[in-house]
Design a protein around this ligand. Structure first.
Ligand code: GTP
Ligand code: MG
Length: 202
């Protein structure tokens, strides 16, 4: 479980990220989906990553050191229409370069708003990850905003859509930063991956 979390650095490009080789996990998804809020929930620290009601809050690659032994990374969101074309392209490049070039990256977590129908931008992004062999899991956010039945229906529908193009589903997590749900499962999954890496390095 997460005992300590400390901000390390904000970087404008993957080439400026920490030289450390500690295993790394990054949160990605559309602007406002709840990436920064989920990091704060996992770290039991409401102000660690900056959040906002307005999309476009996180604009750099933010590293956090967890338990002194791995990194959690908060990335800017994609697909925010209000930022200018130039900034949108810059953020896209920042995200793509990070995903393709960041060596210690073990897995991405693609965050999806549980209230919405599958969005083309998310499906295309996951397709791109697949084509580039970047491992990822899916994290549904804001589950507190839906009743139990509607939530189950949306998740099941999402999985069906994914199975139209994917042979196998990635790991799926259900979370609410508002109600503090789903954190233990997510942390346990990361710790499982960390121990696999540690075993491999022995
Ligand atoms: P960018 O940095 O702009 O890409 O956004 P982000 O994905 O980091 O989103 P952020 O964590 O800043 O949250 C956006 C808004 O959604 C804030 O108003 C949060 O309070 C709200 N929010 C995040 N997670 C949840 C959740 O689980 N439930 C509810 N009800 N609101 C949430
Ligand atoms: Mg953010």
């Amino acid at each position: 479980m997460i005992n300590t979390a400390a901000f390390v650095i904000s970087s404008p490009d993957v080439s400026m990220c920490p030289k450390s080789l500690l295993p790394e996990y990054a949160f990605i998804g559309r602007s406002n989906v709840g990436k920064s809020s989920l990091i704060n929930m996992l770290c039991h620290s409401p102000r660690l990553a900056k959040t906002s009601q307005k999309p476009g809050k996180t604009l750099l690659i933010n590293h956090f050191l967890i338990n002194g032994s791995w990194h959690l990374v908060d990335l800017p969101g994609y697909g925010f229409a209000q930022t200018g074309q130039k900034q949108r392209q810059q953020l896209k490049t920042m995200i793509e370069r990070y995903c393709l070039l960041r060596e210690p990256l073990v897995s991405l977590f693609v965050l999806i708003d549980s209230r919405l129908k599958p969005q083309t931008i998310d499906l295309e992004f996951m397709q791109w990850l697949g084509e580039n062999e970047v491992p990822f899991a899916i994290v549904f956010t804001k589950t507190d905003k839906l009743g139990k039945e509607k939530l189950a229906e949306n998740i099941s529908n999402y999985k069906q859509i994914l199975l139209e193009t994917w042979e196998e589903l990635p790991p799926v997590f259900l979370t609410s930063a508002e109600k503090n749900r789903g954190g233990d499962e997510l942390t346990a999954y990361i710790e499982e991956l960390n121990s696999t890496i540690a075993d491999r390095n022995i």
